[in-house]
Design a protein around this ligand. Structure first.
Ligand SMILES: CC(C)(COP(=O)(O)OP(=O)(O)OC[C@H]1O[C@@H](n2cnc3c(N)ncnc32)[C@H](O)[C@@H]1OP(=O)(O)O)[C@@H](O)C(=O)NCCC(=O)NCCSC(=O)C[C@](C)(O)C(=O)O
Ligand SMILES: [Mg+2]
Length: 358
């Protein structure tokens, strides 16, 4: 482990100084596109400004025979597109793959100055982040890159989840974590065949009622409640990220047509503390932008509590409910997020500006 004194020193002579705080840039939707797919690539310039993050995916979902085409396509997009307020990320191939070294040695010199974050799949432990940290520093130094490229780890193995704390703490470049439910399910030997989302078989059932004779009726109709398979992992992710000053994200929701269930999953993640989710299809951008922006009602309430609480200490009754130092802190989390998002989203700004606090 590095000494705390050395933690913020560059890992290569001439590399940019590591950041001391991860910028809280809006990242409600991390929109995935295949840079080697001409139809998708053509849509990228027009998506700038309407999505917080555009991510050129080089890993899974890109056929092996198209890996080079995708990498070249990403370089072209990175060089030609002005991303304005939208962040530009990539997901490289996994560290044990035959493509990753070329991904890194091509992308950093060609578009390293524009790349905000590199997403690393199948991260197992701190050793993977240390590898990325050093090679990025070397490549940044060689290419004269002036700001450090940040690292985002996908949790898609049981070992990665078990090592979540050391992964978050491994480098000042660590920006955040995403859930990788499909690979994680396979690695854990879960018995699912989906990309994220719920499962009708994962449920609890109401107790059996009794008949007039007091006998339990196991065959009676009983309400069942579908449970969330991903609650445990997301909750761990949220705590690890909060502890280390990083940002947690729900990963992909593969049932593109089921926009209702997608919204539910995203909202659960938002309520638990995630700042965004992946979008695999343009239809999911709108869902993420809506869900990961505090609602007008929440902001109205939060502003009332903040106003009523004065210096933020003590206890007051508002609409029949007790508010105190801790509830005002929650309200400030909401209001600060709303202000950050409104700074780059004029529609949201107009919505929040129109709120009248009585
Ligand atoms: C699902 C698919 C096949 C449906 O693709 P489609 O062509 O059938 O959809 P469509 O509704 O017919 O498309 C309409 C139009 O939108 C375009 N389009 C469609 N999608 C996009 C997009 N993303 N970005 C930009 N444009 C897009 C598409 O090209 C088409 O253009 P056109 O009107 O000109 O003909 C397609 O949307 C797609 O390939 N999306 C990306 C999939 C992806 O990146 N998967 C990897 C991330 S999930 C993952 O890796 C798991 C994880 C974390 O690793 C783990 O859990 O382990
Ligand atoms: Mg995966």
């Amino acid at each position: 482990m590095r000494s705390a004194k050395d933690f913020f020193s560059p890992l290569a002579v001439g590399a940019p100084a590591p950041v001391r705080e991860i910028p809280a840039k809006p990242s409600r939707a991390i929109h995935f596109f295949d840079p080697g797919n001409p139809k998708m690539a053509a849509k990228v310039p027009d998506m700038v400004g309407s999505v917080d993050v555009l991510l050129g995916n080089l890993e899974d979902a890109v056929k092996a025979e198209n890996k080079e085409i995708a990498r070249e396509g990403l370089v072209k997009i990175g060089q030609e597109v002005d991303f304005g307020p939208t962040q530009f990320w990539t997901r490289i191939n996994s560290l044990d793959s035959p493509w990753v070294l070329d991904d890194l040695t091509t992308l950093v010199p060609a578009i390293g100055e524009k790349l905000d974050v590199i997403m690393v799949p199948k991260v197992q432990g701190a050793e993977d982040i240390h590898y990325m940290d050093r090679i990025l520093a070397q490549l940044e130094a060689k290419a004269g890159i002036t700001k450090p490229i940040l690292i985002h780890a996908i949790l898609e193995t049981a070992r990665g989840v078990a090592n979540i704390e050391e992964i978050c703490a491994a480098s000042p470049r660590m920006q955040g974590l995403s859930l990788g439910p499909a690979d994680l399910a396979a690695d854990r030997r879960m018995k699912t065949t989906r990309v994220g989302g719920g499962h009708p078989g994962y449920l609890v059932r109401a107790d059996a009622p009794r008949n007039d004779a007091g006998e339990l009726q196991y065959d009676a109709d009983r309400t069942t409640y579908q449970q969330d398979l991903w609650h445990y992992t997301i909750a761990r992710m949220v705590d690890a990220c909060a502890m280390h000053g990083l940002f947690p994200y729900y990963g992909p929701f593969g049932d593109i047509k089921d926009t209702v269930a997608c919204e539910d999953q995203f909202r659960n993640a938002f309520l638990l503390g995630c700042v965004g989710a992946w979008s695999l299809h343009p239809v999911q951008i709108k869902i993420a932008n809506k869900v990961f922006s505090p609602s007008v009602e929440d902001i109205k309430h939060a502003r009332r509590v903040i106003a009523a609480m004065g210096d933020g200490t003590g206890a007051v009754m508002l609409d029949g409910k007790m508010e105190d130092d801790a509830s005002v802190k929650q309200c400030k989390v909401m209001v600060e997020l709303a202000e950050r998002l409104a700074a780059t989203d004029p529609d949201l700004k107009a919505m929040y500006d129109a709120i009248e606090v009585d």
